[in-house]
Design a protein around this ligand. Structure first.
Ligand SMILES: Cc1cc2nc3c(=O)[nH]c(=O)nc-3n(C[C@H](O)[C@H](O)[C@H](O)COP(=O)(O)OP(=O)(O)OC[C@H]3O[C@@H](n4cnc5c(N)ncnc54)[C@H](O)[C@@H]3O)c2cc1C
Length: 409
């Protein structure tokens, strides 16, 4: 069907049906909005492209999925994280030294975070999207550009059709074409690191423990999946990472095993590994009249704290809150004043997580002699400081500040 024929103005348009755009659509529909979501790819492409990826999901993000009716531990193949251990190691001859350990607060509480697999999450989200009558998902159609006036935004699509909307929500990922086209100002810092990610099967029980191992070249996370399986996220200097990623599975696995010591026994790679260049990218402002950037398109961070998706889900819950209140008051959803409320609400959380991940990465991944001294200091500080411990725990749970309704239990 050509979209030109249905000239009806859409209430909300979302550009990008990744995990963030999809959740945004469900969250808006749960509050009675009509939503149209476009993605340049097909659902099959998105599933294949992200095959084998996994995410650490905070308890607040779990609350969001529960409130939207998509949290089903069986269907999502979820694995709880009961303990978190932060350790350090100079090289593979050096023993692994524990810095801090966080145990589950009490059996009465839900775990602070969960591991979730992309494949299952995408399946569950897409089945909910398809059955929701307030949502229209249009695949293989890119949002090309927009023209905004005081009444609406006119959007041109890759099939040469035009539609209009009150507000355009942009969730087109960390390499946002929209941010480029609109000449949005951003801060970018290249980490000169890549992350190699993949999944392992192993003999021992992981005891629902997440490990973050600070190695000389960068942090290596080992995270528990259902069964005797774990995910690894290994940040490495670009040259080392490129070389390792091109090596055979045997060479790669043996190098990985040397670094993780006895955390996992008899580990072997399941499926193929993936590689991502790492950088921090932060839009100076994530709003315009009738437009708002959410998820990675607004902020992409280092994966060491496993927080990128969680931050995007906090964008979703906060934006829905603001738009819903605006709708109840009969306000223009695309007005700058309304969107500014969202931007102000989100800015502290985003700046602090960007700064924090950046600092930890520089402190623990660099061989610079001064940083090394600082790192030693940092280690002791982390070990002793209740404040920092609390910060780590809170970050894992994602419950702090002024929490939007959809993130509450
Ligand atoms: C190595 C690594 C490990 C990570 N681990 C974790 C973790 O443990 N926990 C966590 O919370 N986060 C983690 N993250 C972060 C997480 O992966 C991202 O924050 C999240 O996937 C971003 O989702 P998104 O929907 O914003 O963007 P994307 O997944 O990039 O989706 C963007 C979508 O927009 C579509 N699109 C692009 N342009 C257009 C257009 N013009 N029109 C229509 N559609 C368009 C694309 O096809 C795509 O489907 C990790 C990231 C990395 C790199």
């Amino acid at each position: 069907m050509s979209l030109m024929k249905s000239s009806k103005k859409r209430q909300v348009v979302i550009a990008g049906a990744g995990l963030i755009g999809s959740t945004m659509a469900l969250a808006l529909a749960s509050k009675g909005f009509d939503v149209t979501v476009f993605d340049g790819t097909t659902e099959k492409d998105r599933i294949n492209r992200n095959k084998g990826r996994t995410y650490a999901l905070s308890r607040a993000s779990k609350n969001l999925f529960s409130n939207l009716g998509v949290w089903n531990e069986k269907k999502l193949n979820v694995s709880p994280i009961e303990n978190i251990i932060l350790s350090t190691r100079k090289d593979s001859n050096d023993p692994i030294r524990h810095l801090v350990e966080f145990k589950k607060e009490s059996p009465a509480f839900d775990p602070s975070s969960y591991m979730i697999e992309d494949f299952y999450l995408r399946k569950v989200l897409s089945s909910e999207l398809n059955k929701n009558t307030n949502i229209q998902v249009i695949d293989s159609t890119e949002v090309i550009q927009d023209e905004t006036n005081s009444f609406e935004t006119k959007i041109s699509l890759s099939d040469n059709s035009l539609i209009s909307t009150e507000i355009l929500i942009i969730s087109d990922g960390r390499d946002s074409g929209f941010a480029r086209r609109l000449n949005k100002k951003f801060f970018k810092k290249n980490y000169n690191q890549v992350a190699i990610v993949g999944n392992l099967s192993h003999k021992n029980d992981h005891n629902c423990t997440a490990h973050q191992l600070f190695l000389n070249g960068g942090p290596l996370a080992i995270l528990p999946l259902q069964g005797n399986r774990s995910t690894f996220v290994w940040s490495l200097p670009v040259e080392v990472g490129n070389k390792l990623s091109e090596s055979t599975d045997e060479i790669f696995t043996s190098h990985l095993k040397e670094n993780i010591g006895d955390i996992l026994t008899n580990a072997s790679l399941i499926d193929e590994k993936k590689m991502f260049p790492l950088y921090l990218k932060f839009l100076r402002d994530s709003i315009d009249i009738r437009k708002v950037f959410i998820g990675d398109s607004a902020l992409a961070i280092h994966p060491l704290a496993g927080q990128g998706l969680n931050i995007g889900l906090r964008d979703v819950a906060s934006l829905v809150d603001v738009l819903f209140k605006g709708k109840k008051l009969g306000l223009d959803l695309g007005s700058f004043d309304l969107l500014k409320k969202y931007e102000t609400w989100r800015s502290f959380d985003k700046i602090s997580i960007a700064t924090y991940t950046d600092l930890i990465n520089s402190l623990f991944s660099n061989d610079n002699i001064y940083l090394k001294a600082l790192r030693e200091l940092g280690m002791n500080t982390i070990d002793n400081s209740k404040l920092l411990k609390n910060f780590f725990v809170k970050e894992a749970a994602g419950e702090y500040g002024n929490v939007p309704e959809l993130l509450k239990n």
